[in-house]
Design a protein around this ligand. Structure first.
Ligand SMILES: Nc1ncnc2c1ncn2[C@@H]1O[C@H](COP(=O)(O)OP(=O)(O)OP(=O)(O)O)[C@@H](O)[C@H]1O
Ligand SMILES: [Mg+2]
Length: 162
């Protein structure tokens, strides 16, 4: 028997950085220990703006939050610990080498948020929230949130009903 994980998709049209941040905040308010959020899309599409919103929703002091492009990972203390990773400068094997799986295990008590996660998708659990950004114009973004697995489909449904 093949078990296909449930998938729910929610599309959000953002017309400002504040709207993207607000969506991130709503996601952050709903996350739980061990949750995984991937952020994908071209340079400057709004991944870090969204990540800051998630952090706000988790009660992280925002001055802590920066783009981890040059340091690979930042950790923040909020309602839950937040592990903010950026895979931009990495290939999957390097990711594995630096102990990605150990990291996944440690993140079990917190929230893991990964920019450029498409580079390491095969290393990630199938249950997660994937967030895909598309630039439509200078200020407009299409943001597709895909919940995979029961808890994340519930999360995506909750966002859609807001
Ligand atoms: N609707 C919008 N949502 C999010 N950001 C927007 C929006 N409109 C304009 N912007 C601008 O786009 C930029 C997004 O930058 P951000 O650092 O979040 O991108 P990123 O996807 O993390 O890029 P990188 O891949 O370089 O890390 C910011 O300068 C922000 O002000
Ligand atoms: Mg970024």
């Amino acid at each position: 028997m093949v078990i296909v994980p449930a998938v729910t998709e929610f599309t959000f049209m953002s017309s400002s950085p504040a709207a993207t941040h607000g969506l991130g905040r709503r996601v952050g308010e709903r996350l739980w220990p061990g949750s995984i959020v991937t952020l994908a899309g071209e340079l400057g599409c709004g991944k870090t703006v969204f990540a800051r919103g998630v952090c706000a929703g988790l009660g992280v002091a925002e001055r802590q939050v920066s783009s981890p492009s040059f340091v690979l990972v930042n950790e923040y203390a909020g309602r839950l610990p937040v592990f903010h990773l950026d895979m931009y400068r990495l290939d999957a094997e390097q990711g594995f080498d630096i102990g990605m799986l150990d990291y996944l295990a440690r993140a079990g008590s917190g929230v893991m948020m990964i920019e450029w996660a498409e580079k390491i998708l095969s290393l990630l659990p199938e249950s997660r929230l994937d967030v895909q950004f598309q630039v439509l114009s200078a200020r407009r973004r299409r943001i597709v949130l895909t919940g995979r697995g029961e808890k994340y489909t519930d999360l995506a449904k909750g966002l859609a009903e807001f």
